[in-house]
Structure formats: C-alpha cells, structure tokens
Design a protein around this ligand. Structure first.
Ligand SMILES: [Zn+2]
Length: 574
C-alpha cells in the first residue's frame, strides 16, 4: 500500500501555488507591458514606503518600494483596480515620476509588513525616544572636537534636567556625526561605563558615563533598534535611522552580554561611501591602469581581499560605479545592503535568500555585472566561478590576508582549482591607513633605523623609489582640523595578482602562497607593503601608522619562511 506524507504534500502544494502565482504575474506583467518584480529579497526603502499611506496602499494593492528624489518605483498587483488608478493620478499630480512594476499578492503582503516597523519607529522617535532633530542639527554645528563632545556630555551630567537621557543621546549622535565617527561603543566595566568613538579606524575615549544614565540610555537604544528589552544575557542585532536636516543616518546596532552589563556598538553608515569614486581610492599608477583594463573586460571574476574593515566593500562599490552605464544591468547580493547605489538593483540575503540561492536567482535575471558580497562556501564559490566563465563580470570579496591568499582559500572552500585560470581575472589585497592631517603634519629627518627599515622593505620593489639623503618623513601633530589626532581620513594600500599563464601554471602545480607570489612577480605590481612605503615617502601617512597596519618586520620574516604562520597576519592588523 502506498502511503503519502500529508504535511509534506501540503507544503509542496502551497509552494507550487506560490510559484504558479509568481509565474502568472510574470506573464501578466508582460501582457500589460510592465516589468515584473519579486519583492522578497529586495530592500524596501522606508522613505519610499511612507509616500503612500498604508490604508491607501492596501486598497490600491500597491506599494512604493524605492525612491530617489522625486523618482518613485511602485509595484502593483492589478492595474485595473480603480483605487490604484486614482492613486497613480494623485501621485502624478504631486509631481512624482513613477516607474510601475507588477508583482504578486504575496509580494505585496511581504512588503506591507514593513509598515509595522515604520509604525514602531515613529512611535519610538516621537514618544519614547524624544530626540529633537533641531537640537541635534544645532549641536552638530557647535561640536568641533572630541573635547567639545566630552564637555557637552559632562555638562548634561551636572544639569538637573528631566531630559538628561535624551540630551545625552542627542549629544552622542551629534558628536559622532560632527566628528565623522564610524562607530559608537558603549562598554560597561567594573569601574565605570566607557563611551568611545571610532575615528578613522581608531577608538578614542569620549567619556565615563554614570551607570544610572547608561541603563536608561541602553533601554532606549534597544527599543529604538527593535531589540527585546527584557533580554540581558543574549546577543541581539537591530537597526534604526534618524534624520538631521536633509541627511538620513542609518545605524546598525548590536549588543552582547558581559559581566558588568551589556555592551552596545552602533555603526553609523556613512552615505558618502556609496559615492566613493574609483579616482579617490588612492591606487598607485600601475595598479590603476591594471584595474582599468580589467574593468573593461566583459566577463571574469574580480576579487578583493582583506580583513574586516579593510575597505573591501568601498573598493567594490567604486568598481561598480566605474562599470555602471545605462546599458549595463548590475545586480548585487549583499549581507546586508549597507549603502544604496543609484540605479543598481541591490538585494539582501535573508532566511531563504542565501548567497548561493540568491546568486542562482540573480543569474536568471540576465545581468551583465554581479556583485556577491562575500564568497563564504563552496556553493557560492562554484556558482561565482561558473557565472564568470559564462559571460558575466563578477565582483566579490574573500576574507584573506593577501591577494595571493585568495587561491588557496578558494581551494580550501572546495572550489575546482582547474577553473581558476579561465574564470578569475584579478585578485586585489587591501588595508586602510590613516592619512596625515595636511594642516599640522610635521616633516622630520628619518632615523638610521627608519632608513634601514625602508631600504629593506623596498629591496624587492619592482620599481624601487629613489630615497633622498637625508630622508625626510612626516609625523602627526594634532590641531583643531583633525580633532587633535594628527590624521584626517583613510586611504587604501593595495596589491594585486593578475591571472596569466605563469600564475595558472603555479596554481595547478603547487597552489601555496609563496609559489603563486613568485609566479606573479614578473607582473611588476608593487605589493601593499611597497605601496605603503611609497605613501610614507610621499608624506601621505607616517611610518609608525604603516607599521601599525602592515607589520613590516613580520611580513619580511613571513616572506623568508612562507610555510610558517600563514594566518598570523590578521592578529597584527587593526
Ligand atoms: Zn591637524
């Protein structure tokens, strides 16, 4: 007797129905002459969503999901619905330029859920959080340095104000924005609560907070970020946005439990990253030319490597902007989408939409260029390599310490190394160094030890730079322009390995890092240590800063004994 598992069949059946509905919508869209869209997997832009009231949206069976200035992308289910016709008329009257797409009812239900987040955010900002955008805007203008922020929060501490917690929050956010901090850290310790800002990659103390303020501050931030308030012993993630004038600041927050209380880190997403241009990356001339050539090729895999916070994504975004023209279709899959790129379809991984399944879905959308946030497993590696071989230009990142390290890493993940030669175009390695403040940096004569270290480092430079005698270097001083840190902004140090016959042969023969590096040497591309020394000689950064980021001593020893401690590098990199 044949037995059926009913639950299994029900699941299959509803999955089939969902697939059928999507299929039907795709055909309907074509017959109406509109583009079809599948909304799960697409980031719904909150400022687009709220253009249409939830009640109106539900009646019209429509949703606004993407917006740029007065350009609005709307997905709708039934163009013949009278309510939607009225809605579209009204939007046109309000000067919206509309792009209309067709989607399934299930897509709409998914997107409408986002109204809930919106409701809670508004309730929180207006009611519980009580942050005043005008006072933040005024504070941003008045807080000029770290001391100003510290002094302002000190002041609040001594004020007998009912708004003490709100004012501390305002001063914290205003200070972070004014100083271009990338992260705010709140760390409880036995002796006190530290608040620190990360400026140009380095943490700076702001203030020691009172525990009573910390506890109330943390509760409000958790509420704002949509975290559970009564959970104190688990890690939680969340995000929220706040607005200052024209600028919307997106914040990703996370808490972890600790002995003295929960630590919170908030990353402020800098919208200027998305507009970072290829020309501003600080590539040396050889590498700039090399990458420009690679970006002109119609297919192949381009990988950037480096530890977390080394600017891999910024570089990829700059490459995407460089290849972006109206006749090129670009789709990204990211975890999460941090920055919105104009006119590029960006999707975000979720429970069912993984890098692997997402990448397969993207390939069915007939893109020219694909960006995959990170290659983390065999499936993604194989799919990316396959896509690169079948006419797509594919960008991705790998978590390795050097450009050559990408090949053994891909092999570790289980990718077929025989396909590297035809699929991979170029691998880049990068780090970020702080740039000396132009207003206060000071020239000095290098010590004999510094001269020796530099000479030793450029010994194997493919085109060694001339050293002046005496050798003049620069060091940080500190002034009001740079918050007394001596540095302003960061720049990348780069290296690269192109795929050529020699590199391919090395990968097939013995894919260890030093063997591949040897095979790539005739390409004449400086490595990131060489690049760093050149930036020190040019006065862009200081020698101690270079050593902080790329351990010169260790790197040389490493080159001498390549088998030992391949992974030690990451420990030396901040
Ligand atoms: Zn300065």
């Amino acid at each position: 007797m044949v037995q059926f598992d009913d639950t299994y069949d029900d699941e299959k059946l509803s999955e089939l129905r969902r697939a059928e509905e999507e299929h039907l919508m795709r055909e309907l869209a074509a017959s109406y002459g509109y583009q079809y869209i599948y909304l799960p997997g697409i980031t719904i832009n909150p400022s687009a969503l709220t253009v249409i009231d939830e009640k109106v949206a539900r009646e019209a069976e429509a949703v606004a999901f993407e917006r740029h200035n007065k350009q609005l992308n709307i997905a709708l289910h039934n163009p013949n619905n009278p309510a939607v016709q009225a809605l579209l008329e009204q939007l046109k009257k309000d000067n919206w330029k509309l792009t209309i797409m067709i989607c399934s009812k299930a897509s709409l239900e998914h997107a409408w859920l986002r109204y809930q987040d919106q409701r809670s955010t508004i309730a929180v900002t207006r009611g519980v959080l009580d942050i005043d955008p005008t006072s933040i805007a005024n504070l941003v203008k008045s807080l000029r340095g770290l001391e100003d922020v510290t002094a302002r929060i000190e002041d609040i501490r001594t004020l007998n104000s009912a708004r003490r917690v709100s004012e501390t929050l305002e001063a914290m956010f205003a200070g972070a924005i004014s100083l271009h901090a990338s992260d705010i850290h709140i760390e409880p310790e036995e002796t006190g609560i530290r608040m620190r800002f990360r400026l140009d990659g380095v943490l700076h103390d702001v203030i020691d907070m009172q525990r009573v303020i910390y506890e109330r501050l943390l509760s409000r931030l958790k509420l704002l970020a949509g975290m559970r308030l009564n959970a104190h012993d688990e890690a939680q993630d969340g995000r929220f946005t706040f607005t200052i004038g024209e600028q919307t600041v997106e914040v990703r927050a996370s808490v972890i439990p600790g002995a003295a209380g929960e630590s919170m880190v908030m990353r402020l997403l800098d919208p200027t990253v998305a507009s970072f241009s290829f020309e501003n990356l600080g590539l040396n001339p050889i590498l700039r030319e090399t990458i420009e050539e690679e970006l002109k090729r119609p297919n192949g895999l381009i990988i950037t490597t480096g530890p977390t916070g080394s600017g891999k994504t910024t570089a990829l975004y700059a490459f995407l902007r460089k290849v972006h023209t109206p006749d090129v279709k670009i789709i990204t899959i990211e975890d999460p989408v941090e920055y919105k790129l104009e006119d590029i379809v960006q999707t975000q991984v979720g429970d069912e939409y993984t890098f692997a399944s997402g990448l397969r879905a993207i390939l069915r959308q007939d893109p020219d260029v694909i960006m995959v946030g990170e290659i983390r497993d065999r499936e993604v590696a194989e799919t990316a390599l396959q896509a690169a071989k079948t006419g797509h230009l594919v960008f991705s990142t790998l978590h390795t310490n050097s450009a050559v390290g990408a090949f053994p890493r891909l092999i570790d993940l289980g990718a077929d190394y025989r396909s590297f030669g035809s699929a991979v175009n170029i691998v880049l390695g990068q780090r970020l160094v702080r740039v000396l403040c132009n207003h206060c940096k000071e020239a000095y004569e290098a010590s004999p030890e510094e001269v020796a270290l530099i000479k030793d480092t450029i010994k194997d430079h493919p085109h060694p730079p001339q050293l002046s005698d005496p050798l003049i270097l620069h060091k940080p001083v500190g002034c009001p322009h740079c918050n007394q840190t001596g540095f302003m902004g960061r720049q990348g140090l780069f290296e690269a390995v192109r795929m050529d016959a020699a590199v391919e042969e090395a990968i097939l023969r013995d894919p260890r890092e030093h063997i591949i590096a040897e095979a790539a040497a005739p390409q004449g591309i400086p490595n990131m240590t060489h690049d760093g020394v050149e930036k020190v000689l040019a006065g862009t950064t200081s020698l101690p800063e270079l050593i902080r980021v790329v351990d010169l001593e260790n790197r040389r020893q490493h080159a001498a004994t390549p088998e030992a401690g391949e992974d030690d590098f990451a420990d030396h990199i901040v």
